[in-house]
Each structure stands twice: as structure tokens, then as C-alpha cells.
Design a protein around this ligand. Structure first.
Ligand code: LLP
Length: 390
């Protein structure tokens, strides 16, 4: 299949500069989310006919306005903790629990009980839970999460497949699980796998569907196969945008081979990463042994991805976007850790000065949701930019 890669459009925030600078006046650090971008990404996935059901993995960003927008677009919501379930039903009390998927890992018994009590779809990924807490699962309908033995992702820390991963039932124990479930009157109505995040290989998901369909046929009661999230976004100019058309065509092919099963996905990053920017104030600009550093009032406690995964985020000086005299700066935070670095040798205006508003791009996924108060620093604020519904 030869697909077409859509050219990378200018990021939304270039057209919202004055608005963002105004928002920053109310205090930094602050995340700003652009809902039209969220909707645009949602619609690009809605346009793929091979997919029957779409969930949004709310761990990426559980801001109420984002949950509302995605539910309005027709997405279900995927949660991994009782706290996320509460967030969903606090935000959307009218939402049918049938649109909510609960996929916890090593959760306590009470969280499974809470999931069933709410009436959401519960995914289980081990036999031991059935042995320890048969009363929780007896006569229930559940989905089964399987580790297909291989994983992928933008960093080893986000690879969730294979022997070294804590997630998913080993494929070797599926028969054992099915027997234990049958003995408790449990019906397995869905199969699930999520094998990594920020996956670049288009084949990854169609292979998953194919492999899971093999298990589904053996089990006999499965109606739907969820091939997880993991879609990448282009964080840097060198990253190829993901070829959605080609991806969708691959899914259509594999789905045609197994027409008995519906296909579900549950992306997080793809829907929200590019919708969010982090605005931070420049605190100090310091030269040391020939290295120029600009400090931000945001640190690894605000956005941990660079410190945790060496992740790249574009960084701009929003106050001096049109300056042409640029020089290399390391961009750092105020946290007392050597890994508190957003980027090294970034080309920024040489005039960069304390008080400038700096922008960290593509921070809408796993930004605020992973923020902490380390060093007793405050959590960032959040704003939403919306536009009239089209
Ligand atoms: N489903 C399950 C069961 C998951 O564990 C995840 C992510 C997703 C869906 C959504 O994956 P996505 O489409 O966002 O790749 N903090 C890391 C990413 C960790 C992903 C954890 N699980 C990062 O900032 O890159």
C-alpha cells in the first residue's frame, strides 16, 4: 500500500500568540489546550471505516473539557483507576457506563468491585485475580488483556509487551484463564492488548488484531477486539507524521480476514498531544563555562517527559517569536535534579531575558496528568481555548 502523508500544518498556537501571551499574564506555568485541534484529531480517527469503536485513554489528559469534547465526538473513555472512573462520572454524570472501559493493572480488589458496580466494561489480565477473588468476577462479562509476547514504543519505558512487561496475561496461559473463567460462569466478550506507546510501525496494530483474532476464535464468545492505543505524533521536525490512511487501509485488510470481530482502539497521545502547549516564564538567563542556559518557572515536576524518556519537545520564546538573532541555549527548570532539563542546545533568541514567555510544544498528552509538586512547587494551571462548534 502506498499512502499519502499529509504535510505538517503550522501548529495552532502560531495563530493564537497574542491570546497565549495574555493568558500567561495570569500566571505561569500553565498548560493551554486547543479544543478544535482535539476535535480535528478525533474526526481523523472517526473517518477510518475499519474501526468500530473508539475509546480515549484519559490518562493522557483528563481535563473535563477534553473529556466532554471527545465524548461529544462519539468516543468512549478508557480508565485505569478508580480515580479516573470518578473523574469521568463527575464530569459526565449522564454518560452511559457502556461507553467506559476499565483497564487497571495490579489493582486492588476494591477497584474491580467499583468497576462492576458502576456497570463499566472491566478488563482483566491475570488468572490469579479469579483465584483470589472469585466472588468479584463470578457470572460477569469481562474483557481479557493478553500480552502477545512482543512490544514497541518510543522508549523502553513505554513498551508494554513481552516477558519483561508487567501487563497482560501471558499468551501461554490463555487456555488456563478460559477454563478458570468458565468455571465461574464468566463470559469473555472482548480481547484487549496494548503493547506500547509512540509506536512508529504501521504493521504493529494489524498484527495484533490478527493474533488476537486467533485467540478469539478459540474462545468462542468474543465479539470485539481492542488493539490498544500507541499512535505516535511528530514531536520534532524530523519525525514523519503518522500515515493514518495507510494505517486504516491495513486495518481494513486484516478486519476483512476476520469479519466476525468488531475492532476497537484506545489512543491517548494522538488525540491530545498536539492540542496542548506549556507556557512558562523565563526566570534567569545564565552563562556558565560557555554554556548559556535559560531557566523556566516550569520544571520536570510540570512536564516530566524529557527527564523520564529523553523526550523531545519543541521550545520557542513566544515573547520574541520574530527575532532572527538566535543562539544555543540549554532550557532548564528550577528543580534540584540534574535531569531537570527540557532541551539542550536549542536555538533561541539571543535576547531571551527574564520574564519572557516560553512555550513548550506538543505537551497536551502526559503533561499535566503526570505533574507533581516535587520540591513543593505548585501544580501548573490549565486553560482551554475553544472555537464555535463547526
Ligand atoms: N491503553 C492502555 C492500556 C495504555 O496503558 C495506554 C498508555 C494507552 C491505551 C494510550 O496510549 P497512547 O495512545 O497514549 O500511546 N507517559 C508516556 C506514555 C505512557 C503510556 C501509558 N499507557 C509518555 O509520555 O510518552
Amino acid at each position: 500500500i502506498t499512502g499519502s502523508v499529509r504535510p505538517r500544518p503550522l501548529p495552532w498556537w502560531r495563530g493564537e500568540r497574542a491570546h497565549l501571551l495574555r493568558l500567561a499574564e495570569a500566571g505561569t506555568p500553565r498548560y493551554v489546550y486547543h479544543l478544535p485541534t482535539v476535535r480535528e484529531r478525533a474526526r481523523s480517527l472517526l473517518a477510518i471505516p475499519a474501526i468500530d469503536q473508539r475509546y480515549y485513554a484519559i490518562k493522557a489528559n483528563s481535563h473535563p473539557a477534553i473529556l466532554e469534547a471527545l465524548v461529544q465526538e462519539g468516543f468512549g473513555l478508557e480508565c485505569v483507576s478508580h480515580g479516573e472512573l470518578r473523574r469521568v462520572f463527575d464530569t459526565l454524570p449522564e454518560l452511559s457506563p457502556r461507553r467506559v472501559l476499565f483497564t487497571p493493572s495490579f489493582a486492588p480488589k476494591a477497584e474491580y468491585e467499583a468497576g462492576f458496580a458502576l456497570g463499566v466494561t472491566v478488563t482483566l489480565d491475570n488468572v490469579e485475580a479469579l483465584r483470589h477473588w472469585p466472588e468479584v468476577f463470578r457470572n460477569k462479562q469481562i474483557w481479557l488483556r493478553i500480552d502477545l509476547g512482543h512490544g514497541d514504543g518510543h522508549h523502553e519505558k513505554v513498551n508494554t509487551g513481552g516477558k519483561q512487561s508487567k501487563f497482560g496475561l501471558s499468551a501461554a496461559r490463555v487456555d488456563e484463564f478460559v477454563d478458570a473463567a468458565r468455571a465461574l460462569g464468566i463470559t469473555i466478550t472482548g480481547l484487549h492488548a496494548h503493547l506500547g506507546s509512540g509506536v512508529e510501525t504501521s504493521q504493529h496494530w494489524r498484527l495484533m488484531f490478527d493474533e488476537l483474532a486467533g485467540f478469539a476464535r478459540r474462545i468462542g464468545t468474543v465479539e470485539i477486539i481492542d488493539i490498544g492505543g500507541g499512535l505516535p505524533i511528530p514531536y520534532s521536525a524530523e519525525d514523519e507524521p503518522f500515515d493514518l490512511e495507510r494505517w486504516g487501509a491495513g486495518l481494513a485488510e486484516v478486519r476483512a480476514v476476520h469479519p466476525a470481530f468488531r475492532l476497537a482502539i484506545e489512543p491517548g497521545r494522538f488525540l491530545v498531544a498536539e492540542s496542548g502547549v506549556l507556557l512558562a516564564g523565563a526566570t534567569q538567563v545564565i552563562e556558565k563555562d560557555g554554556i548559556h542556559r535559560v531557566g523556566l518557572d516550569a520544571g520536570m515536576n510540570t512536564l516530566i517527559r524529557p527527564a523520564l524518556y529523553d523526550a523531545w519537545h519543541d521550545i520557542e520564546n513566544l515573547s520574541r517569536l520574530d527575532d532572527s538573532a538566535l543562539g544555543p541555549f540549554d532550557v532548564v527548570g528550577p528543580i534540584c535534579e540534574s535531569s531537570d532539563v527540557f532541551g539542550k542546545r536549542r536555538q533561541l533568541p539571543v535576547a531571551t531575558a527574564p520574564g519572557d514567555v516560553m512555550l513548550v510544544a506538543d505537551a497536551g498528552a502526559y503533561g499535566y496528568s503526570m505533574a507533581s509538586t516535587y520540591n513543593q512547587r505548585e501544580l501548573p494551571r490549565e486553560d482551554v481555548i475553544d472555537a464555535p462548534a463547526r
